[in-house]
Design a protein around this ligand. Structure first.
Ligand code: HPA
Length: 262
């Protein structure tokens, strides 16, 4: 069974049954990852955690070394990454606490190093029609049904540069373009993973209504409460997902570099 990576908040380490083996620093040609990787096991599955913003949550979204983070997983032999992120809800009907299995991306970031192929190691154009691994999405959906955690199947993630939040007009525009949720970290994570033939899936937790969506101002206490309640569900969902992930990979991700190089 290949190792499974989790990238997300540090609140996820105490997932039931996670046995920590070691904390490992990983050097990469792209610099330092956000933190040490936590290597351990859940049941028979080898799991590798990385807190995206560092263990003290001190790295803002626009300063994260996305290439180092993803390359670090690759170096550790991780073939699948489950990414957890907080987002603002744009689509009507989405509310704080909802969990969305992402299926599309709108990349609005501008200033990030977003490829491993910057000329020195060839010219590569990976296919990104389906940015998230379809097999992992299926598995997450199935896991949700099994443990009765309600998930929204499908959603377009709008990736913004941050760290500022959006204007109401920006959110309105993103909605017209088909965006369902907005966040600051989902890209270039997804495309970097694809460049290394890593399966990548995105689970987003709606933390707040995006700017201008709700007239009612949300309180921080409400948001924290929604996130706390959802963390329990995310953990249950992940535990079941680990059990359901098959050994071999039969998806577009595992062959992403075939016919992608010039
Ligand atoms: N916008 C961008 N990123 C976010 C938001 C938001 O409203 N909520 C959580 N991450």
């Amino acid at each position: 069974m290949s190792k499974i990576g989790i990238i997300g908040g540090s609140g996820l380490y105490d997932i039931e049954g996670f046995v920590l083996r070691k904390r490992q620093a990983v050097a990469t040609p792209y610099g330092k990852p956000s933190d040490k990787y936590l290597l351990g096991k859940i049941g028979k599955t080898e799991v590798v955690f990385l807190p995206r913003h560092g263990s003290h949550h001190n790295i803002p979204p626009h300063m994260i070394n996305y290439r180092a983070n993803i390359f670090g997983f690759h170096k550790l032999g991780v073939k699948r990454v489950l990414s957890i992120s907080a987002v603002g809800g744009i689509r009507k009907g989405l509310k704080p606490g909802d969990i969305v299995i992402l299926d599309q991306v709108l990349d609005m970031t501008r200033n990030r190093k977003s490829t491993f192929y910057d000329g020195k190691n060839g010219v590569v154009h990976i296919d990104f029609t389906d940015p998230y691994c379809p097999k992992l999405r299926e598995t997450l959906k199935k896991a949700g049904r099994r443990v009765r955690v309600s998930v929204k199947n499908g959603g377009t993630y709008v990736a913004v540069e941050g760290p500022r939040l959006e204007s109401a007009s920006e959110i309105r525009s993103f909605g017209i373009l088909g965006g369902d949720v907005v966040g600051m970290t989902g890209m270039p994570e997804a495309s970097l993973a694809r460049e290394l033939e890593i399966c990548y899936s995105g689970l987003s937790v709606v933390a707040n209504y995006a700017a201008g969506i709700s007239r009612r101002k949300l309180t921080v206490a409400e948001v924290m409460e929604a996130m706390k309640a959802t963390t329990t569900n995310i953990k249950r969902l992940l535990s079941e997902t680990f059990r359901l992930i098959p050994d071999g990979r039969q998806c577009i991700c595992s062959e992403a570099l075939k016919e992608a190089k010039i």
